[in-house]
Design a protein around this ligand. Structure first.
Ligand SMILES: *[C@@H]1O[C@H](CO)[C@@H](O)[C@H](O)[C@H]1NC(C)=O
Ligand SMILES: *[C@@H]1O[C@H](CO)[C@@H](O)[C@H](O)[C@H]1NC(C)=O
Ligand SMILES: *[C@@H]1O[C@H](CO)[C@@H](O)[C@H](O)[C@H]1NC(C)=O
Ligand SMILES: *[C@@H]1O[C@H](CO)[C@@H](O)[C@H](O)[C@H]1NC(C)=O
Ligand SMILES: *[C@@H]1O[C@H](CO)[C@@H](O)[C@H](O)[C@H]1NC(C)=O
Ligand SMILES: *[C@@H]1O[C@H](CO)[C@@H](O)[C@H](O)[C@H]1NC(C)=O
Ligand SMILES: *[C@@H]1O[C@H](CO)[C@@H](O)[C@H](O)[C@H]1NC(C)=O
Ligand SMILES: *[C@@H]1O[C@H](CO)[C@@H](O)[C@H](O)[C@H]1NC(C)=O
Ligand SMILES: *[C@@H]1O[C@H](CO)[C@@H](O)[C@H](O)[C@H]1NC(C)=O
Ligand SMILES: *[C@@H]1O[C@H](CO)[C@@H](O)[C@H](O)[C@H]1NC(C)=O
Ligand SMILES: *[C@@H]1O[C@H](CO)[C@@H](O)[C@H](O)[C@H]1NC(C)=O
Ligand SMILES: *[C@@H]1O[C@H](CO)[C@@H](O)[C@H](O)[C@H]1NC(C)=O
Length: 599
């Protein structure tokens, strides 16, 4: 457990107890209908809450996708174009269970929040070039809610939300832990990628119908991390719904065409990507020359990955059996014995190999900001804000969705055929969904004509090479240098230019050629650039440190930090937990081995 929680609780006694800890239901939302007869409730967000550019409007609200399932969204107009003709792009984070406010405030939204809770303008925001719609998905993630109830976070296990009989914060709950939360009922959310697709489609139907001025037929979808599952599956579902609409089978629904799909550090295919942990941390190793383990640990992890009946075999068994229990047990095993070793033994940040486990980047100051009455009222929130929903994470665990490929590669192939421009990009310091795995996935997806294209340097307006791209027509794989998991945080300029080129149908390398007439990138077959260890932090990094995107290191000076700001880091991919194999897991592993004939 990170020290954060105890620090938070230590402060508890200093605050006075009050009903103010609970979120009053907003009374000023405008009610309207979206397509498909969906209820939409929204308000205009006052200036200064996030977007600081005068005249650039912002709206937020909910689409009610089912009984006790309300999905939160936050929309920003494009800054530099007429928003009624600008393209529309959706952003969602992964998890499962991670809020898209992570992307909004840490990565590519119009603002960030600094150490003393001030709103900071982001000159690299993606709404520089597009209308942007951030969605907290599925229900219970972020500001999305099932039923709002008074509750508190248990001090023993802060991800555990305990309902209270009334809106009084009792003595046994820390004052800082009380708030209004969703009832934590797994029936009011999704438990797999496939099951989450319809509510995303409905959210789009709701928004498109309520805001026709911002929603033309085509839109772009950008996502990250577990979005390697979400992006392909949600959008292939959308294409299937489109076919039904065209056949007249979904009255009231609107044909919505996807034009671009961007996925950053995606989790696509566990069989490839669990193995990629070995490649990245052990052999052939990452490009930061960071050799993580001693020889005996290397041998131990090799065995956990490839030993008979271990991660590889278990994942194959998950793929062939398709059974929830097998996939779930396999995932737990692979996570604990392969992936999580980096956290436990090397004590490094999975999301950025250059940083120690207690990594202050990207900043989490926005969490407290979103838990102030002023901001909750400004966006029309019904519940307190959480970065990550453990109910959603756990629901997905019951189906072992994380250990399944869920058709991601086939779906991307279909989308490419259907004329969608697909760009998969990866910050190369991320271990969690590392670029080695992403590259193998891209080769499987793109096939021989993609593999035979070359890695070309990406040119950006600062004349610094921030990465390379391999591209064949409307499919590209991008490697970004000196970047952790959340690329737009670490490399904001190349991220914005990549996004702009993608949504304009231009090549990623230079951004001057159309991609539809057999465009191919030119260069060597592999990307061989090595950063070396110059930016690797071998000592601790202060919780108040500021990341410098020019030096790719912490600045020598710190943030001013308010007392509640030192919260836990985002769990922006598959929930990163410090993990010990439980007896239950050991039992499942034994049973797995027994089922395979005692191997
Ligand atoms: C919930 O939000 C209220 C403001 O509406 C705030 O006072 C309270 O501290 C928040 N609770 C948590 C746990 O953040
Ligand atoms: C984004 O747009 C603003 C004007 O709205 C401009 O000042 C800023 O330089 C732009 N950012 C980039 C990276 O071009
Ligand atoms: C609220 O619930 C607490 C238990 O947490 C109870 O002691 C108290 O009497 C209740 N207050 C009201 C007004 O019902
Ligand atoms: C959870 O939600 C489902 C569906 O809304 C409902 O049938 C069930 O009773 C709920 N469970 C609890 C414990 O409230
Ligand atoms: C890992 O490395 C092996 C050989 O060194 C290679 O065959 C395999 O494709 C790599 N896998 C990934 C995911 O990088
Ligand atoms: C290798 O590292 C592991 C984990 O830190 C440690 O337990 C073990 O003693 C080390 N082995 C050697 C030979 O140094
Ligand atoms: C997952 O959710 C579906 C309903 O969407 C339910 O039928 C199924 O039993 C759930 N699976 C598990 C393992 O809980
Ligand atoms: C690509 O960029 C690297 C620096 O990362 C540079 O050394 C190399 O010459 C460039 N290659 C080409 C073909 O421009
Ligand atoms: C960093 O890399 C250099 C060689 O490039 C090596 O000599 C040095 O030992 C490395 N530093 C650490 C702390 O591993
Ligand atoms: C980042 O580092 C560069 C080079 O040392 C420096 O000029 C710049 O001011 C730093 N940026 C910030 C925001 O501190
Ligand atoms: C930054 O914060 C760390 C830890 O609080 C402290 O040790 C260090 O001296 C600070 N650095 C500066 C330049 O203030
Ligand atoms: C903290 O907020 C004050 C205004 O309240 C501002 O002047 C100052 O620059 C901020 N400090 C930092 C480090 O952001």
């Amino acid at each position: 457990m990170k020290p954060t929680t105890s620090r938070l609780l230590a402060l508890a006694g200093t605050l006075s107890s009050a009903v103010a800890q609970f979120v009053p239901a907003p009374t000023d939302l405008i009610k309207t209908k979206g397509f498909y007869d969906l209820d939409v409730r929204y308000k205009q967000v006052p200036d200064g809450i996030c977007e600081l550019t005068p005249g650039v409007k912002s709206y937020s609200g909910y689409v009610d996708v089912a009984e006790d399932q309300s999905i939160f969204w936050w929309f920003f107009e494009a800054r530099n174009q007429d928003p009624t003709t600008a393209p529309l792009s959706v952003w969602i984070n992964g998890g499962p269970g991670s809020s898209s406010m992570i992307g909004l405030f840490q990565e590519l939204g119009p603002c960030g929040i600094d150490g003393n809770g001030s709103v900071v303008y982001n000159p690299y925001a993606w709404n520089n070039v597009s209308n942007m719609l951030f969605i907290d998905h599925p229900t219970q993630v972020g500001f999305s809610y099932s039923k709002p109830v008074p509750a508190y976070r248990s001090s023993a296990s802060p991800s555990n939300i305990v309902e209270l009989p009334n809106a009084t914060c009792p003595d046994y709950a820390s004052n800082l832990a009380c708030g209004t939360y969703s009832t934590q009922n797994a029936s009011n959310t999704a438990n797999s990628t496939l099951a989450a697709a319809p509510s995303m489609w409905k959210t789009l139907q709701g928004f498109f119908g309520a805001f026709p001025q911002y929603s033309r037929h085509e839109f772009n979808f950008a996502t990250e991390s577990y979005g390697g599952h979400y992006g392909p599956v949600f959008n292939e579902y959308l294409e299937e719904q489109n076919a039904l609409i065209q056949a007249g089978k979904l009255p009231g629904a609107h044909y919505i065409k996807l034009s671009t799909l961007l996925i950053g550090n995606g989790w696509y295919d566990p069989l490839i990507q669990y193995a990629a942990y070995y490649n990245f941390s052990i052999y052939p190793g990452n490009t930061y020359d960071y050799d993580v383990y001693n020889d005996s640990t290397k041998a131990q992890i090799y065995n956990a990955m490839y030993g008979t009946g271990n991660c590889y075999d278990m994942t194959v068994d998950c793929y062939t059996s398709g059974l929830n229990d097998i996939c779930s047990a396999s995932d737990l095993f692979c996570f604990a014995e392969v992936e999580n070793q980096l956290d436990i033994i090397a004590v490094r940040d999975e999301y950025d190999i250059r940083e120690p486990y207690n990594d202050p980047f990207p900043y989490t100051f926005f969490v407290d900001y979103l838990n102030t009455p002023k901001v909750q009222q400004a966006v029309g929130a019904f519940v307190n804000y959480s970065e990550s929903s453990s109910t959603v994470g756990t629901a997905f665990t019951t189906t072992g969705d994380d250990d399944r490929e869920v058709g991601t590669i086939e779906d991307v192939k279909k989308l490419i055929k259907q004329g969608v421009y697909v760009v998969e990009y990866a910050g190369d310091a991320d271990y969690n969904c590392n670029w080695f795995g992403g590259q193998v996935v891209s080769e499987e997806t793109g096939g021989p004509s993609f593999v035979s294209a070359g890695y070309e340097n990406i040119s950006t307006s600062d004349d610094i090479v921030h990465g390379q791209v391999k591209q064949n027509g409307n499919f590209a794989f991008v490697r970004i240098y000196e970047s952790g998991h959340e690329v737009p945080f670490y490399q904001p300029l190349v991220a914005l230019q990549l996004f702009e080129r993608a949504i304009c149908g231009l090549d990623i390398a230079v951004g001057t050629e159309g991609i539809w007439n057999g465009y191919r990138s030119v260069g060597p077959p592999t990307s061989t650039f090595r950063e070396g260890n110059a930016t690797v932090q071998f000592g601790p990094v202060p919780a108040t440190a500021i990341y410098n995107t020019t030096t790719n290191e912490p600045n020598p000076y710190n943030h001013t930090v308010s007392k509640r700001s030192l919260q836990d880091k985002a769990m922006s991919k598959r929930s990163k937990k410090l993990f010990k194999p439980t007896p239950e897991m050991k039992r499942l592993k034994r049973e797995f081995k027994a089922a395979r004939g005692g191997l």
